[in-house]
Design a protein around this ligand. Sequence first.
Ligand code: FES
Ligand code: FE2
Length: 347
Amino acid sequence: MSDFPPTVLPLLTEETALNALRRTWQPVANAAAVPPGGVMGYTLLNTELVIARFADGSLLAADVACPHKGARLSAGCIRDGQLMCPYHGWRFNAEGDCLSIPSLLEPNADKLALSHLRTYEVRQRYGFIWVKLVASRHGLPAVPEFEDERWTYLMGPPMKFAAGWRREVENYLDMSHFAFAHSATLGQAADPRIPDMKITLHEDGFQMDAPFPALQSTHEMPGKLQSTHHRRQRCHLPNFTTIRQSFPDGDERVLVHVPSPNTGESCTVFWSLAISPGFRGPPPEQQIEFAVRVLDEDRQMCELQIPREVPLNPSRGGWGVLVMPGDTLATTFQKQFRRWLTAGATV
Ligand code: FES
Ligand SMILES: [Fe+2]
């Protein structure tokens, strides 16, 4: 039986969620993927963007379609310090100003002014490039370990999921899938019954604290990453989630996952890993490689789910119906996301 009868909840729409997400910072690239002179495309919340970095390091995020004939500027390049459209060579600066229209016999200030790109807020932090589509007071949460030079900080390769971003968040918070979805990595002997969880609500989200028993894998020697540890999972709404693993010997790891919504049914997971100084365990590159394998197993599970996005309102196959103990954290996320949406989110 549902512990959350649908009848008492206001019905929320995907449009409400989309508009709220547009007011939040979302990652669009690993910073290293867009070096000076780099140009790329990214679809964020159904909006196709061009992301470019100029020689001085400044970033541009703008609608991808050239104001002239709509060619994708993501196929352009930086030429003489300006973003150049591949079709007729119009050029733009980091502010989106159109500086040059080669076909004009004489410069025409009016035409240049009308040709300004539609730009968005863009910034770099934690090794990611972030874009906010609509101005708001939303800020990025502080994760000191990511900016502490004593810690080893590694960027994971972004992974595309043919699944909605809330499917990915739920997966990240799911406590009973390890023995099944991760039998090849984390171990078949993982206990699908959840350990004692302590959930704490915060103004901007929630966290879970739990002891994690050692996992046994039949495929490889149980290593540090599968050994007993304390786990704190923190979700900063809507989709910035971290896991802090504290091992008995004092070593720690902090992982961040942000499933950046491409469309209503797809997302790209940006993630990174901070490792405490002198970590006694597998070398950092091996930890990333292991995490990629685990994440790919999660991707496969998310892509199996119907519908591709978790319905906002309680439903069978979604959330709030057939709730089991291992779903507690995912249910907490859905309830808190509703609270965040109905409270006006980041307006
Ligand atoms: S379409 Fe971009 S310059 Fe013509
Ligand atoms: Fe998983």
